[in-house]
Ligand binder design. Structure first.
Ligand code: MN
Length: 354
């Protein structure tokens, strides 16, 4: 008893308020060493200070109480792993919110933009069953306004992927200059999700919509968008897969991921049961940019370095799409494979007249 600290002394020592300590006791996060049965006063042991201080720091980090309860009960090394995983999740979520904030700022800013009216998209869309699958459940689409790849799964996977792309095609003729791109995209994606009713069925969707000056990106699932700019290949999208989140959290290396038995397991997709919103972002368009949208049938079997090589050497979008699909099939073609390739190009006199 003589060794125990009163709640006030303990609170001062660990920089938590007595009120917080009472809450953490109620939540089972930090039990006092002793509670006086007559007065109800709480007493804490000095060796509880380390845990109390860790709880205080984790609160400051913004970690939810339920997660603090788990982390603060772990040995230091395991706790460190969990804190790293938590923070990776925060950063991923922040990145999505940062993109959304930038999108909103751009939509709400009436200032004159860089003149991009002389740019246009030259495009090709190709989809192939691959060498193993009995049917093709991918959908690939390209027009002067819209580039899209969707990878359906489940019994109604084929119709699901084509419905998702069809919902976006409704925007090809919409007025996208009035600062309503974000709403229109969200509505189109909701419409696509409403169209999915079959159990165990859903689709990924990765698309770029030409707003007249920029490209609005919509992305959910593990289909991908890449940008080849000045010889460098950038992956524009983040896979919504269990394996990618394990990589982000430092629990798995990218090398281990390629052999992971659950590498195709999606964290997010369009499905009848999920109300997940897609990632939304605006991409600047520069003449000379070459975009690739592809299903995982390409990215699972053809490494990024080879994708970059094939994109760089192809003379035009259609030969790029063809050679990428050939590469996937040469690697066994284990899945449906879809590629949309588009070049951002200066308008020619003839296309202006047309
Ligand atoms: Mn696939």
């Amino acid at each position: 008893m003589a060794d125990l600290l009163t709640i006030g002394a303990f609170a001062r020592a660990c920089r938590l308020s007595p009120k917080a300590l009472r809450l953490y006791d109620d939540l089972g996060l930090l039990r006092p060493a002793r509670v006086d049965p007559h007065t109800g006063y709480r007493y804490y042991a000095p060796d509880q200070l380390d845990r109390a201080r860790l709880v205080a720091w984790l609160r400051r980090l913004g970690m939810p109480l339920a997660r603090i309860r788990e982390v603060s009960a772990l040995a230091p090394e395991a706790a460190a792993r969990e804190i790293r995983a938590y923070w990776a999740g925060v950063e991923a979520e922040t990145a999505v919110r940062r993109d959304l904030a930038a999108f909103l700022v751009d939509e709400l800013t009436p200032a004159p933009r860089r003149d991009t009216t002389m740019l246009e998209l030259r495009h090709s869309a190709r989809s192939d069953r691959g060498r193993v699958r009995p049917a093709n459940q991918d959908t690939a689409y390209a027009s002067a306004r819209l580039l899209a790849v969707a990878d359906g799964y489940g019994p109604g996977g084929g119709p699901a992927s084509s419905a998702a792309v069809a919902a976006l095609r409704g925007l090809e003729s919409a007025d996208l200059s009035a600062g309503n791109v974000l709403n229109l995209l969200a509505e189109a994606v909701e419409e696509a999700a409403r169209g999915l009713t079959e159990e165990e069925t859903g689709t990924t969707l990765t698309a770029l919509l030409w707003t007249g000056s920029r490209l609005a990106l919509v992305h959910i699932g593990d289909t991908r968008a890449y940008l080849l700019r000045e010889g460098a290949l950038f992956r524009v999208t983040h896979d919504h897969t269990v394996v990618q989140s394990l990589i982000d959290e430092g629990r798995l290396t990218p090398e281990e991921a390629t052999a992971h038995p659950q590498r195709a397991l999606l964290l997010r997709a369009l499905s009848p049961t999920s109300a997940e919103l897609p990632d939304l972002r605006l991409q600047d368009a520069l003449a000379g940019d070459r975009y690739l949208l592809c299903s995982d049938g390409l990215s699972t079997v053809v490494p990024d370095a080879r994708i970059r090589e094939l994109l760089t050497t192809a003379a035009d979008p259609d030969s790029a799409a063809r050679s990428l699909i050939d590469a996937a099939n040469a690697a066994g073609g284990p899945d449906n494979v879809s590629c949309v390739v588009a070049d951002v190009a200066q308008r020619t006199a003839s296309s202006r007249a047309g």
